[in-house]
Design a protein around this ligand. Structure first.
Ligand SMILES: Cc1cc2nc3c(=O)[nH]c(=O)nc-3n(C[C@H](O)[C@H](O)[C@H](O)COP(=O)(O)OP(=O)(O)OC[C@H]3O[C@@H](n4cnc5c(N)ncnc54)[C@H](O)[C@@H]3O)c2cc1C
Length: 374
């Protein structure tokens, strides 16, 4: 069977690319190793932060603005809640370089925001127990994305546009041949396409081994706590947050289900060699340490983890994504380094444009796979 484009891996960006390709009239087959929506993707786990306060670099700003607009459009056109516009509160010491970078990036991008002194922060958000001279910066364009709903909605739209999305079809390998790329499924079937997009998350190094030296898999444990006063942690009273102390970096989201508040560490659990090495749960020591840290910073959350799940994402050394062609017929989108979900629309559009040779909307050269020299 032949397609114009085959998308390998239907996480958020892969699904988005399939949708945009189908919308533009291309014949697309999307292949997903797991069920079409599942719990083992780098997108899984109830929520992802969207922030416009992006100290990671000015090159992300146009991609963030495009993505936010498209998330809201996707939400309006469908029946699913995709973005809770709670704002995102960055908290850190008044003289922390991180806070200066956050403020600079908001100013640079023209994002509506508020700077809260320690006193104002204490008054407005007493849920955060301040330890030092911490201040807050509230990014009013930020919020909380619902990843499973988003992936479902993107796939629904892709299918409506004619994309052929297939679950439980693991790709074993791909080979560029004269005039096409051959995609071999583990079940024995072979498909061909004019171009292929590899969007296989932590499994990308298996399909594109030459990228393996530039990619590392990091486990990220998600944890939820059961607040004593749930009414203090609802989305209208408790924005998503990122908090940086010298030795502790935590992030979290309000109680989206009215009961459990997400709070935990950013990737802090080292790296693993293969996806199969992911531990099923945190160790007792990791869980205790994390719960104690969360309770120290948010006294209304008891020091017991009420829910937990383990995930992983694939990182580059500079934490920039890897986006673009790796050969004449193969395009890759990977290395989103723990911060790629919010940019799904921009990345999906970019992958679709690479696969059809259309002009890119933004300068994506900082993300090119060519920076590795391969
Ligand atoms: C716990 C956690 C918290 C995060 N928090 C945030 C956040 O707050 N904000 C933010 O913006 N980003 C966040 N991120 C990052 C973001 O979620 C990821 O960068 C992004 O979802 C990665 O998408 P992906 O498409 O590369 O991978 P995935 O979502 O894993 O998708 C890849 C898909 O490919 C499939 N696949 C793999 N191999 C094959 C194969 N051989 N054949 C067919 N299919 C295959 C997989 O089954 C999977 O469905 C977080 C990540 C994690 C893990």
């Amino acid at each position: 069977m032949h397609a114009e484009v085959i998308v390998i891996g239907l996480g958020a960006a892969g699904s988005y690319a399939a949708w945009k390709l189908a919308e533009a009239g291309a014949g697309v087959i999307g292949l997903e190793a797991d069920d079409l929506v599942h719990t083992r993707g780098a997108y899984s786990g109830e929520s992802r932060l969207f922030r416009a306060a992006y100290h990671e670099g000015a090159e992300y700003v146009p991609l963030l603005l495009e993505s936010r607009e498209e998330w809201l459009r996707l939400q309006q056109a469908g029946r699913r809640r995709i973005l809770h516009e709670t704002g995102v509160l960055s908290i850190g010491s008044v003289d922390a370089p991180q806070m200066a970078r956050v403020r600079r990036s908001l100013k640079h991008a023209g994002v509506t925001h508020e700077v809260l002194s320690s006193d104002a922060l204490r008054r407005r958000y007493p849920q955060h127990s301040l330890i030092t001279d911490e201040i807050g910066v509230l990014d009013l364009m930020g919020g909380v994305l619902r990843p499973e709903a988003a992936v479902s909605e993107i796939q629904r739209r892709a299918t409506l546009e004619g994309a052929d999305l297939r679950g439980n079809q693991r790709v074993g390998g791909l080979t560029e041949e004269r005039g096409h790329v051959r995609v071999d499924l583990e079940g024995g079937e072979t498909l061909t396409a004019h171009r292929a997009i590899v969007s296989a998350g932590v499994h990308t190094p298996t399909l594109l081994p030459h990228l393996a030296p530039h990619l590392a898999i990091r486990p990220i444990g998600l944890t939820w706590f059961c607040p004593e006063a749930p009414e203090d942690f609802t989305p209208d009273r408790f924005p998503a947050f990122i908090r940086d102390l010298r030795d502790t970096h935590i992030f979290g989201a309000p109680a989206l289900d009215g009961a459990l508040v997400k709070a935990g560490y950013d990737a802090r659990f080292g790296t693993i060699g293969r996806p199969a090495d992911l531990a099923a749960e945190l160790t007792r020591e990791q869980r205790r340490g994390l719960a104690a840290d969360v309770h120290r910073l948010l006294a209304g959350l008891p020091p017991h983890v009420a829910r937990e799940s383990m995930h992983m994402d694939i990182y580059t050394a500079d934490k920039r994504p890897v986006l673009g062609p790796v050969s004449e017929r193969v395009v890759v989108g990977t290395g989103y380094s723990g911060h790629g979900f919010k940019l799904t629309p921009a990345f999906g559009n970019a992958l679709a444009a690479f696969a059809t040779g259309r002009k890119q909307r933004h300068d994506l050269s900082p993300f090119s796979p060519r920076r590795f020299g391969s």
